[in-house]
Design a protein around this ligand. Structure first.
Ligand code: ATP
Ligand code: F1X
Length: 303
């Protein structure tokens, strides 16, 4: 089983509008409400690719109910800790450019936080767990590290997709995969990249700090995969971008789902690239047939 943990799920409110003017009344062209949050997106794609998955995390209120109803209707297993306050709503504005306004998230009580820590202890050494996204503000700063310590004790492997100190603090525990995008990698090391060599240097740094595999995702420019043996460059197919929200999560799902089946990083990377692009080319997350149809168009070379 691949578990995912979303500490801060969301309803993603996708709004299409033309010529948005701040300070004036604007009308939407169309809108769409989707279940969101990085781990939930990973579970949705894993399920789409017929991999067993259960989404864990905190869920609350009418917004939380929207998410659980949607996931159960789609057949995605969940085992959330119910919290008192409402799950957040994140705005994804599609106008001339893509603009995102993410909520902070609900307050999580100590008892609720402890319940999730206890729940992750129940997974087995055969399982894998993906920890993704931001933390609601009331959780202790070291909450990801607390989770990882419990996971390590079970013998399960873990993947983490978060940013800043929370990511840095768990690298020594040996995550199977981390996947910063370019901006997140620059922020992590407080640097600005000017050459490809810079990206290669800091990607390798993440391996040195403890990650077993690193993907640096670069949106339409594809991605780089760093393993202990080699570095691979992945080129994404071109297409019409409809909604790139969740492209990174889809990439993680494609990679780990395939890696668990084949143990082969190159095949897994291809599935990750195809899944990321297929989501960028869809309004919602990608469908299985879209992912598979892009597989032949993805190029991976060892550099
Ligand atoms: N415009 C695009 N065209 C083709 N493929 C894309 C595009 N945007 C994203 N992808 C694919 O998805 C992968 C992940 O995208 P990206 O680097 O934007 O991740 P991210 O910043 O983590 O995204 P998000 O936070 O929205 O999930 C890319 O490496 C690429 O394979
Ligand atoms: O605020 P976070 O937790 O960093 O990111 C949350 C989020 O932007 O990430 C997903 C896309 O990756 C969306 O479904 C969701 O709205």
């Amino acid at each position: 089983m691949i578990y995912t943990v979303t500490l801060n799920p969301s309803i993603d409110y996708v709004v299409h509008a033309d010529n948005v003017k701040l300070g004036e009344l604007n009308y939407m062209l169309s809108d769409l409400k989707l279940p969101g949050g990085k781990g939930i997106n990973v579970s949705r794609i894993l399920h789409e690719l017929n991999t067993d998955t259960t989404a864990l995390g905190f869920i609350g209120g009418f917004t939380g109910e929207f998410i659980t109803t949607w996931l159960s209707r789609d057949g995605v297993n969940t085992d959330f800790v119910n919290v008192k306050e409402d799950t957040r709503i994140n705005i994804k504005l599609k106008a001339d450019a893509e603009t995102e306004i993410n909520g902070k998230g609900p307050a999580i009580s100590e008892a609720e936080a402890n319940q999730l820590l206890d729940n992750v202890e129940k997974i087995s050494s055969e399982d894998m767990i993906v920890l993704s996204g931001s933390m609601p503000p009331t959780l202790p700063k070291d909450y990801y590290e607390q989770l990882v310590k419990r996971i390590i004790e079970t013998g399960a492997s873990f993947v983490i997709d978060t940013t800043g100190d929370a990511l840095k603090s768990v690298l020594p525990y040996g995550p199977l995969l981390v996947k910063p995008n370019l901006e997140e990698l620059q922020q992590l090391f407080n640097v600005t990249f000017s050459t490809k060599e810079d990206i290669l240097h800091y990607g390798k740094q993440l391996l040195e700090l403890g990650a077993k595999n690193v993907i640096v995702s670069m949106a339409g420019e594809g991605a780089l995969l760093f393993t202990e043996d080699a570095i691979y460059q992945g080129i994404s197919p071109k297409g019409e971008v409809k909604n790139s929200v969740g492209a990174g999560d889809s990439m993680i799902a494609g990679f780990i789902g395939e890696f668990r089946k084949t143990g082969d990083v190159e095949t897994a990377f291809k599935m990750g690239l195809a899944s990321g692009s297929a989501t960028a080319f869809s309004d919602d997350l990608a469908k299985k047939e879209d992912i598979l149809s892009l597989l032949d168009k993805v190029k991976v070379t060892r550099i």
